[in-house]
Design a protein around this ligand. Structure first.
Ligand SMILES: [Fe+2]
Length: 389
């Protein structure tokens, strides 16, 4: 019988004490006396973990879902392997399904959905004490250090790595500990000074207001890492704002503005350098539960679009409120990125900007896809749970 790594971690803790058919559902009881779980017979056959049903190498489904009779029913329900599995003999063909207790427990708890990210919203006051930071040595020392650092990024939307060697090679090594470097029109790992190599304000020394990157990308970069390799001048502090905190502030205080910012899909574009990228995102992206998924805001890159005048006016009013709040010093933290300190932030949550500067600055960094960051965090968490079990 196969198990995912997440279920393996639960294995020693969860076991079944009984099962019976109730109103055409299979009801299972747990030894820990938690409320019984109920599953449809069709679903149980579809999720059979016997190796002819689930590929042992890839954990891909091998059951022919569409050959399962719609009125499938169990002939026998047995608890096997000392409570670690449910064994079902099916009435229609006598075949046997096996389902691990830990798997059934996990599905009974979360319905097979990802649990909500662990987040703590912040403003300047919350961050007054200390910024989430770990040393490069601790992050690179093993899975446990990396897990702690990525968990900080999940919780706060950013974290710093101190004590870095001030080189592009060390920066790339840190990025690739998390996932692969995302290729974009700017390349993979980038390394730039104010040279106007691209048609983008990021390549000048002017101040840049708080924004998220890649509003013109259908799948905006999930994470970005900056590392200042050399700075000889004045100004140039980086600014960060918790976009989810600002969104929550608007939800609480101005429901009309919140409705507009979370429903109007704002087009954005990148024109030049031989490309024409275009995508649409609401400023405040929500999931079906109303939880925050993505902030997408870059007033520089907003593409022309028009709504009926009353709605357009309401949109401008809402956008002005959002812009006011992200520029409110109470919501903003500032830091000077110095050689040896890298900043990793969630580009779907944390807005970033930069004060104007004079002098020479060399900054390198990379984008990471959201799915690769999330994958690494899941793998590290499951590994840590297995080690603890
Ligand atoms: Fe940016």
């Amino acid at each position: 019988m196969l198990e995912s790594i997440a279920d393996r971690a639960l294995n020693s803790e969860v076991s079944l004490s009984g099962a019976k058919l109730v109103d055409n559902e299979v009801e299972v009881w747990w030894k820990n006396k938690a409320s019984p779980g109920r599953f449809s017979p069709f679903w149980l056959r579809d999720h059979c973990h016997a190796k002819q049903s689930l590929n042992p190498e890839t954990l891909q489904r091998q059951v022919d879902t569409f050959a399962i009779p719609v009125d499938i029913a169990p002939a026998e329900l047995q608890i096997s392997d000392g409570g670690r599995a449910l064994r079902i003999v099916w009435q229609h063909d006598g075949s046997i399904s096996l389902l691990p207790a830990a798997f059934l427990w996990r599905i009974a708890q979360d319905g097979g959905r990802d649990t909500a990210p662990r987040r703590r919203l912040w403003d300047r006051a919350v961050m007054a004490q200390a910024l989430p930071t770990m040393t490069h040595a601790d992050i690179m020392s093993g899975s446990e250090g990396l897990l702690r650092w990525l968990s900080m990024v999940e919780e706060y939307g950013f974290a710093l790595a101190s004590g870095m060697p001030p080189t592009i090679e060390a920066t790339e090594e840190l990025v690739t500990r998390i996932g692969y470097v995302r290729e974009t029109i700017f390349g993979g790992m980038w390394d730039f000074t104010a040279n106007l190599a691209f048609k983008d304000t990021a390549y000048t020394s002017a101040a840049i207001g708080p924004h998220t990157d890649g509003t013109y990308s259908i799948d905006s970069p999930g994470f970005q890492l900056f590392h200042c390799l050399k700075f000889d001048g004045s100004g140039g502090e980086s600014t960060l704002v918790d976009g989810f905190k600002v969104a929550e502030q608007i939800r609480r205080t101005d429901p009309m503005a919140f409705e507009i910012l979370s429903t109007v899909r704002v087009p954005a574009h990148y024109l030049g350098d031989g490309v024409h990228l275009r995508a649409e995102h609401p400023v405040i992206g929500l999931d079906h539960n109303g939880d925050f998924v993505q902030i997408a805001y870059n007033n520089y890159d907003r593409a022309p679009f028009r709504l009926p005048t009353p709605r357009m006016n309401a949109f401008y009013r809402a956008l002005k409120l959002f812009n006011q709040l992200i520029n409110d010093p109470a919501n903003e933290i500032t830091m000077r990125l110095a050689p040896g300190t890298a900043l990793l932030f969630d580009n779907w949550r944390t807005l970033h900007g930069r004060r104007a500067y004079q002098g020479f600055r060399r900054l390198c960094g990379a984008y990471l896809n959201k799915e690769d960051f999330d994958s690494k965090l899941r793998v590290l968490r499951a590994g840590a749970a297995c080690a603890a079990a």
